[in-house]
Design a protein around this ligand. Structure first.
Ligand code: IPE
Ligand code: IPE
Ligand code: MG
Length: 248
């Protein structure tokens, strides 16, 4: 995750508008989408899965390298037990039903977060899905599961302290790269664009380190309504932004 600047200039028929290499999305608003329709929240989450499918397809077609999706936060365990169970059910369904298509479309599945704390059957299915798609190169899709940026940093610090205590790492040599290499996102390109749907304007513990110089976009669209056109609008807006990294 190191190295600046981070967006590739991709030929787009001559214009050379910078395309974000790595886009992350806080997929918010499923509950409000359902409420507007007098449906149970799970209906909103199901519609959210359709939006995930559309968005992955669009990201691959646009030529984005990596797409990180915030699906379940380390704080989402605070939701009523029934909603957590519904979300786990949906995750089981998603892994079983969607991986074949992801694989066909050249998607390499990655995971960030403390997902190994999920139920053993889910962990096994996730491991299998990652292994099955490991050779794909068209688009990296990183799903954030039981992810919290503060928890990610705690785990990284713990790993660094353990290595230092074992004499494998000199504390004086710890730098930004030492930390980035121990974050869950270590295999992903630097974050260029972070989008949150549903009109909320906060990060909710998502990619705090990685967002240091990412462009932030808050859109009113509720996640189940997100589609290719919405992603294209965000990518076009990204191309108009001027990134300075503290310079002038
Ligand atoms: C996002 O939608 C999905 C998850 C957090 C799993 P919400 O369920 O947060 O929807 P709202 O914010 O209540 O509308
Ligand atoms: C953030 O949304 C987490 C995901 C989208 C998975 P939340 O709906 O949980 O965030 P808050 O509670 O509004 O901050
Ligand atoms: Mg929400």
């Amino acid at each position: 995750m190191s190295g600046l600047p981070s967006s590739a200039t991709v030929p787009d028929g001559g214009g050379g508008a910078p395309l974000p290499r790595h886009v992350a999305i806080i997929m918010d608003g499923n509950g409000r989408w359902a409420k507007q329709r007098h449906l149970p929240r799970i209906a909103g989450h199901r519609a959210g899965v359709d939006a995930v499918r559309r968005t992955i397809r669009a990201a691959a077609e646009i030529g984005i390298e990596a797409l990180t999706l915030y699906a379940f936060s380390s704080e989402n365990w605070r939701r009523p037990e029934e909603e957590v169970a519904d979300l786990m059910g949906l995750l089981r369904y998603y892994i079983k039903r969607e991986i074949a298509e992801l694989d066909r479309n050249g998607v390499r599945l990655q995971l960030i977060g403390d997902w190994r704390r999920f139920a053993p059957d889910i962990v096994a299915d996730l491991e299998e899905a990652c292994a099955r798609t490991a050779g794909n190169r068209r688009l990296d899709v990183a799903v954030a599961l039981n992810y919290g940026a503060q928890d990610e940093l705690v785990r990284a610090v713990r790993a660094i302290a353990t290595e230092a205590q074992a004499g494998l790492l000199d504390p004086a040599a710890i730098d930004r790269t030492t930390i980035e290499e121990r974050l869950d996102t270590r295999a992903l390109p630097p974050l260029d664009l972070l989008i949150r749907t549903s009109g909320e304007e906060r990060l909710s513990n998502f990619l705090l380190w990685q967002a240091a110089y990412a462009e932030l976009m808050f859109v009113d669209t509720l996640w189940p309504d997100f589609d290719r056109a919405a992603l294209e609008r965000a990518v076009a807006e990204f191309a108009r932004r001027e990134r300075r990294y503290g310079g002038r």
